[in-house]
Design a protein around this ligand. Structure first.
Ligand SMILES: C[S@@+](CC[C@H](N)C(=O)[O-])C[C@H]1O[C@@H](n2cnc3c(N)ncnc32)[C@H](O)[C@@H]1O
Length: 261
């Protein structure tokens, strides 16, 4: 186990991580000051029983997938940019649903956790669930930590290029004052993310993100918001929204469509 990075509150280092295929080496984000119940690292994991169980029931009913407005038969060649990939859970759902997804993540540690999770999926030998085959085919991470707002600063060598456009652009930025929802593990991981990213996002970046997303989406921009949170910006207003239990997805038109929803 080697330590690969340090921070005042967290460290990023290799650990052994349980998977349905036995223990694997994984990169984990660990709190330095361990409090009761906090010993578990945050690991990006696309192979967990919880994720596989969730997608086995079908992803078509997931609020995010419904918000795309695109039928399963039409998804295969459609590209989605997840401009704020974070722990990659939403991007993974989109990829399993059949979209070709390119993830942007500007924070180097989160980028490293995502790259590590993708590598574990690729390294899996033999028979794999269909969901993991789809993930391997459809989920791509831009090669370097890349800011969606300044992609040309990146030295990324991906085929898609750092300034690619897509049918859909997905945004899930995180703001400091927003309530965290979800299961205990999810809340813990999001709370760590918020500490790691403290001060990185302000409302101005929300407006910039939406403008950049609309310029690069040909069909639609989806913005995830906590259920009762205000829209990302006052203007433009979303053209529609799809409500889930703990989050909603606001829908904005892309540059090639001015549809009414
Ligand atoms: C709430 S998390 C996203 C969670 C994600 N939807 C998931 O399912 O795990 C927000 C992420 O967006 C990233 N981010 C915010 N602004 C960004 C930008 N301009 N370019 C790239 N990443 C950005 C942050 O570093 C953070 O990791």
């Amino acid at each position: 186990m080697s330590e690969v990075a340090a921070h005042t509150e967290f460290e990023l280092r290799a650990c052994l991580w349980p998977t349905p295929w036995g223990e694997r080496e994984a990169l984990g984000l660990f709190p330095i000051q361990r409090e009761a119940g906090e010993a578990q690292p945050t690991v990006v994991d696309f192979m967990s029983n919880a994720f596989l169980h969730r997608v086995r029931r079908g992803v078509g009913g997931e609020t995010l997938i419904r918000a795309t407005g695109i039928k399963e038969s039409e998804r295969a060649n459609l590209r989605v940019i997840d401009a704020t990939a974070g722990l990659g859970q939403d991007a993974a759902l989109l990829a399993v649903a059949g979209f070709r997804v390119l993830m942007y993540e500007r924070h180097p540690w989160l980028h490293a956790l995502l790259a590590d999770a993708l590598k574990r999926v690729r390294d899996l030998q033999g028979d794999r669930p269909v969901a993991l085959k789809k993930l391997e085919e459809n989920l791509q991470l831009i090669e370097q930590p890349t800011d969606f707002l300044h992609p040309t600063d990146s030295k990324s060598l991906n085929d898609a290029g750092p300034v690619a456009s897509a049918d859909l652009v997905y945004l899930d930025p995180m703001f400091e004052d927003e309530a965290l929802h979800g299961k205990a593990d999810t809340k813990r991981d999001l709370s760590r993310l918020r500490h790691l990213l403290r001060g990185a996002n302000d409302l101005r970046s929300g407006a910039e993100l939406l403008a950049a997303a609309q310029a690069r989406a040909t069909r639609r921009v989806l913005v995830k918001r906590p259920s009762r949170a205000p829209h990302l910006v006052d203007e433009p207003r979303p053209h529609g929204q799809v409500e889930g239990k703990i989050a909603r997805f606001d829908i904005y038109p892309g540059r090639a469509t001015r549809l009414s929803f």
